[in-house]
Design a binder for this molecule. Structure first.
Ligand SMILES: C[S@@+](CC[C@H](N)C(=O)[O-])C[C@H]1O[C@@H](n2cnc3c(N)ncnc32)[C@H](O)[C@@H]1O
Length: 224
């Protein structure tokens, strides 16, 4: 089942990010990050069972990822495993052809639309472009093949089509071997939340220059 697919935000004449200049892209992504980072869950107090990525962490890496071909605007396909309220998907929607998320908790996924309405209003007030109409958030267990079948049916995207995988720290151990085995050669795995000790995974190469340890963001590339 698709818990939410964004079809409300974009009109035909909205600019694609390919046509959007780098300064407008930065301004827009900063605004999206500021909106969600003001609404983080579980980042303070330490015991939050649900935590959210600090989106401004991505801003430190953005130019390196674009210039280094890690992200190819309007071509790369992105998957957040354990997408929560879809905030990482919203941020990456500006930069990708498809921005797909899988979330096991339906009530968490239900927070996507109310937040999107507030975000869209804030962006409109600032005269900034709304997120691309390429976001699909699926309800299910990412370890269950059924949700991947649903992803293929509803987004024409398979695990093997994904260029960029993302996960908050909690799922990295399960996901790394699957990426090493089943992702396309060269696929990128972004892990958020790592601190000091960087895990090594068989079949994946750590990309130190594309990572930002200060922002707890670490990238790996599937070896060919
Ligand atoms: C730490 S949160 C991160 C949310 C979001 N990706 C972000 O960065 O803000 C991890 C999410 O993974 C979800 N999750 C845990 N196990 C999962 C699984 N097997 N399949 C799908 N989602 C899962 C949790 O419900 C939780 O919402």
């Amino acid at each position: 089942m698709i818990a939410s697919v964004d079809s409300s935000a974009e009109s035909d004449d909205d600019p694609s990010i390919v046509a959007m200049d780098r300064r407008l892209l930065h301004t827009t992504l900063e605004a999206v990050a500021a909106f969600y980072d003001a609404r983080q869950v579980g980042e303070t107090g330490g015991l939050g069972f649900r935590r959210t990525t600090r989106l401004s962490a991505f801003l430190a890496c953005l130019d390196r990822w674009l210039d280094g071909g890690i992200l190819v605007p309007d071509q790369s396909r992105f998957l957040d495993i354990g997408c929560g309220d879809g905030r990482v998907n919203v941020w990456f929607s500006y930069l990708t052809q498809a921005s797909v998320g899988i979330e096991i908790d339906e009530w968490t996924l239900d927070e996507y639309l109310p937040l999107r309405r507030q975000l869209d209003q804030a962006l409109e007030e600032q005269g900034l472009p709304l997120p691309e109409d390429n976001i699909a958030l699926l309800h299910g267990d990412s370890l269950d093949q059924a949700v991947h079948d649903e992803m293929r049916r509803t987004t024409a995207t398979t695990f093997g089509d994904i260029d960029l995988f993302f996960t908050f720290l909690t799922l990295h151990d399960e996901l790394a071997p699957r990426i090493a085995a089943d992702a396309k050669d060269g696929a990128i795995f972004i892990v958020y939340g790592l601190d000091n000790i960087l895990p090594r995974y068989d079949g994946l190469t750590l990309l130190e220059e594309a990572s930002s340890l200060a922002d707890q963001l670490v990238l790996y590339r599937k070896e060919t």
